[in-house]
Write a protein that binds this ligand. Structure first.
Ligand code: 3UK
Length: 546
């Protein structure tokens, strides 16, 4: 490794043992990075040097009115915050800083400031509670936090239980002692810390549904690699694009799609704190957004609302976080004329590694391994499966999994044999002869009923083709006779009634659409489905519910 710029080497010391590191490949010319690199300087200072200073970078609503901030204004703001971090909070390179806010300009400026100062950002989802925050603070030994004033309550509860957390500054707050007040008199220039390309700049915690959260360590180089892979080969943005969408900046899907990608290309991003399918469409219209990032459930709901909006500006839509059912893809295309770009990414891998351009879409497939990455479907012995055979997804590329001091590292990165250094995402996939990958289920979500393997998402995809079904989730529930049976939890569209004839109709519909043995023996009608902040269905909650 290159000489670190970190004075506090806690993160470097808590990286996995070398034998368990992912193997990285940098074959594409655009991925050959210098040994010393500060990714925030590349995304911000360098873009101003290249002449983007007076162009808009962040757009938002202030009291209902559109407002835009330029690259130069963002640079000045981030530099001032960096001075507060070093001069007032006395933080030293390598120290961790918790970040907590909805998607807004200050959250973006704070992330950039932390990274410019050679500190390690620990972004957290706005909805996390004190117990979850405390686990993260303890695990990453976080000593300082920058937090939106409106998220103060849980922050203070967490802080009270953590001796480690010594300093918290609040922002979006004009009062004495706030971050805004402290930065106001700081210089607008800052000497970025000259970090190594493989110094950590961020710990992203997984939005895991079970077990203790895992911290994934990402280097300065990884942030640029995510910008130089999926966007360059699949999304192809230009400097006039306006990005918009829902994923939190604390989720790497959102950090890339709503901050780093637009900045890498000199484009701009719309940051709005709370978005519903309706208000997202409104924002697209109001800001003339051209690119949208969100989860499949949003596209499904937006398909029904699109006709209320003009949407003339919108050109490209990216879906990730969970499988995009083909029915949703077709519904959205009929309503908007846009072919959604699906992509699978993971917090461990930083961003998307299998995807496609709109022209190269294949129905039912997530896509192909994007340039820079390679992917295989393997069996339990680690051998590649024949086309069409379901197995475990393994991937390799310029980014890979490094858990912060966690024995689960050996479950994600293969440490033996010919695929040593490849990442196992925990997904069951199959590949066709042309190298397109078809999502089946999470490997631990496969339903085994009377000896048959059933993938919940396949049954969901079938049900979603029925005109009465708004949304659904399919899980396995214990059954004395069959081990497990397939249960569908269904949200019906308005005007349909969840009664016995409807149960029968949905069951018959599934039997006609896919192999009959996969039909849901149990159908429950529910008002809504439990989802995470990132739009993922919480299957464990469906399994637990009666
Ligand atoms: C699932 C998908 C099918 C899959 C993420 C884009 O979701 C992201 O990261 P997470 O760590 O979850 C990773 C897991 O989510 N998944 C994500 N996308 C798809 N399954 N089709 C998809 N298109 O199980 C994966 O292993 O929360 C997504 C970019 C950055 C991300 N962090």
């Amino acid at each position: 490794m290159e000489a670190t710029a970190h004075v506090d080497t806690f993160v470097r010391d808590a990286l996995p043992p070398h034998a368990q590191w992912p193997k990285l490949v940098f074959e594409l010319p655009e991925l050959r990075y210098p040994k010393r690199l500060n990714c925030a300087a590349e995304l911000l200072d360098r873009m101003v040097e290249l002449g983007h200073g007076e162009r808009s970078v962040i757009r938002t609503l202030v009291d209902g009115k559109a407002y835009a901030c330029t690259y130069r204004a963002l640079l000045h703001r981030a530099n001032q915050i960096a001075h507060v971090l070093t001069a007032d909070l006395h933080l030293r390179p390598g120290n961790r800083v918790l970040l907590r806010a909805p998607n807004n300009p200050m959250m973006a400026a704070c992330w950039l400031a932390v990274v410019k100062a050679g500190l390690v950002a620990v972004p957290t989802m706005p909805l996390l509670r004190a117990t979850e925050l405390k686990q993260i603070i303890d695990k990453a030994k976080v000593g300082a936090a920058l937090c939106d004033l409106r998220l103060m309550e849980e922050m203070e509860l967490a802080r009270a239980g953590c001796r480690e957390m010594k300093q918290v500054l609040y922002f979006n707050d004009g009062s004495a002692g706030s971050l805004e007040q402290k930065l106001a008199h700081k210089p607008t220039a800052f000497a970025n810390v000259d970090t190594a390309a493989d110094d950590a700049c961020m710990i992203a915690f997984t939005s895991g549904t079970t077990g203790r959260p895992k911290g994934t360590v990402h280097f300065h180089r990884d942030v640029l690699a995510m910008c130089d892979c999926f966007p360059r080969s699949c999304l192809k943005p230009g400097q006039d694009d306006i990005f918009c969408g829902t994923p939190p900046l604390a989720f790497t899907f959102g950090l890339g799609g709503l901050l780093c990608f637009p900045m890498r290309f000199g484009a701009s991003t719309v940051l709005i704190e709370k978005l519903t399918p309706d208000s997202l469409l409104e924002a697209v219209d109001a800001f003339k957004a051209t690119i949208c990032f969100t989860a499949p459930t949003y596209y499904r709901q937006m398909a029904g609302l699109v006709r209320n909006y003009k949407l003339r500006s919108l050109k490209k839509c990216v879906s990730a976080g969970e499988a995009l059912p083909d029915a949703t893809r077709q519904m959205f295309k009929e309503a908007s004329g846009i072919e959604i770009i699906d992509g699978i990414g993971a917090t461990e891998m930083m961003h998307i590694f299998i995807s496609h351009t709109p022209e190269r879409v294949r129905r039912g497939a997530t896509g192909y391994a994007i340039p820079g990455y390679d992917a295989k479907v393997i069996d339990d012995a680690g051998k590649p499966c024949a086309p069409g055979v379901v197995g475990r997804l393994a991937v390799i590329g310029p980014t890979g999994c490094r858990y912060l001091a966690d024995p689960r590292q050996k479950d994600y990165v293969i440490s033996r044999g010919s695929l040593r250094g490849w990442n196992l995402t925990g997904d069951a996939y199959k590949m066709d002869a042309d190298g397109y990958f078809y999502y089946q289920a999470r490997t631990d979500d496969m339903i085994i009923s009377a000896g048959y393997n059933v993938a919940g998402p396949e049954v969901e995809a079938a049900l979603l083709q029925h005109p009465a079904v708004a949304e659904c989730g399919v899980v396995g529930v214990p059954d004395a006779e069959r081990g497990q049976i397939v249960r569908a939890c269904v949200v019906l569209k308005q005007g349909y009634t969840g009664n016995e004839p409807m149960v029968k109709e949905l069951q018959e519909f599934v039997k006609k659409t896919i192999a009959p043995y996969k039909y849901p023996r149990s159908v429950q009608f529910v008002a809504s489905l439990p989802r995470t902040e990132t739009g993922k269905l919480q299957r464990f909650k469906l399994r637990q519910a009666g």
